[in-house]
Design a protein around this ligand. Sequence first.
Ligand code: ADP
Length: 246
Amino acid sequence: ASDTMLYLDGVSVAFDGFKAINNLSIIVRPAEMLAIIGPNGAGKTTMMDIITGKTRPDSGEVLFDGRTDLTKLDEAAIANLGIGRKFQKPTVFESQTVWDNIEMALKKPRGVFATLFYSASADDVARIDEILDTVRLSARKNDFAANLSHGQKQWLEIGMLLAQDPKLLLVDEPVAGMTDSETVETAKLLKQIATTRSVVVVEHDMSFVRDLGSRVTCLAEGSVLAEGSLGQVSANPVVIERYLGR
Ligand code: ADP
């Protein structure tokens, strides 16, 4: 196994001549969490779009798991390699139960007949239970997703992504709109996930980033402005001047 899950190597992309990502290099290790912070327009969303193949960079490489250059692949192929992305807005099947949402998201055998005769095996049941436990929804498994709180819907969607067994999970502002206690719980569950998978979290909420306790990269103008612990990044004079505005 490689010691590098994701390596953006000198990646650049311009939109109509404007460099949204400018010679960006980022490394994420296996089973490591990285928080990406930075002002609006820093390039955080564009970076995620490049990793998932939604946007193709003009130059640079995006190496996954030490070998595959993602810039040569389309979105479906990249997802199949084991990269899951959680967008800001939760998308769950409201009229289905929590359990069924996870079950539908499990990797299933392919082909018409395999799908037609599919029923959850004992292994699948154990796996779904484990996922529901991770995303704090065991007690809600028979409830319709529509009846969950906003925060619980976010957790359910994270559970649906886990059902795909990703090696790398990309999460965009997971705690926007969550209650304080849901926010604290989200930091815990993401830390738990990051003990076995790589997790990249784009986030504005600094107290949440502090709770994550992960390595932090601060982007500005499409490049890395500062890296390290949140303490190191927020003590960086350039970050203080240009981002924190103190
Ligand atoms: P962030 O997520 O950090 O707020 P973005 O990645 O959304 O930043 O945007 C970075 C910059 O690139 C912004 O100036 C934005 O206006 C620009 N940008 C992003 N996507 C496009 C696009 N498809 N076409 C033109 N400009 C874009």
